[in-house]
Design a protein around this ligand. Structure first.
Ligand code: ASC
Length: 149
């Protein structure tokens, strides 16, 4: 019985490995990891803007700097052929991305532009975070409205 269980477990290993090695799954994981990082830093800005977290100038500036750095990363290259939510599991990426590639990439570039200077802009007091969040959130939303399910 033990051998049987072990044999069965070993038999499914290649399947699990195949799923992880699949370029579509890898691309989806990569881009979602990127948005997780972006969201973690946005969340910290948001918590400080709302007063759920005490205003800490150095900490908020570091989070904003992370957002500036992350938005220079070219995440559109992880939106590979075959990885829309019409073709793949576990993704909200709409096929419209592949039909409007230039606009999708322009909207991502606009997020980078919205983030530029954020690490300085959030300094000087809690009240300075809100406008930065608004600018960033607007760029997030512009892309989500058209390209995320
Ligand atoms: C965020 C976050 C988003 C955007 C979006 C803006 O903080 O996690 O996805 O802003 O809500 O509309």
């Amino acid at each position: 019985m033990r051998q049987l269980i072990l044999a069965s477990a070993l038999a499914v290993l290649p399947l699990a490995a195949a799923a992880q090695d699949d370029p579509v799954s890898q691309a989806i994981e990569a881009r979602q990891s990127f948005y997780t990082l972006l969201g973690a830093n946005m969340g910290a800005l948001s918590a400080m803007a709302k007063g759920d977290m005490e205003y800490d100038e150095e900490l908020v500036a570091r989070h904003a700097a992370n957002i500036e750095a992350l938005t220079q990363y070219f995440v559109p290259m992880h939106f590979i052929e075959g990885s829309s939510n019409a073709e793949a599991e576990n993704t909200d990426a709409l096929p419209a991305i592949w039909e409007n590639r230039d606009d999708f990439e322009a909207k991502f570039a606009a997020l980078g532009e919205a983030a530029a200077g954020a690490s300085d802009a959030v300094r000087g007091g809690q009240g300075n975070i809100g406008p930065v969040l608004g600018q960033l959130g607007g760029a997030c939303k512009a892309c989500h409205d058209d390209y995320r399910d």
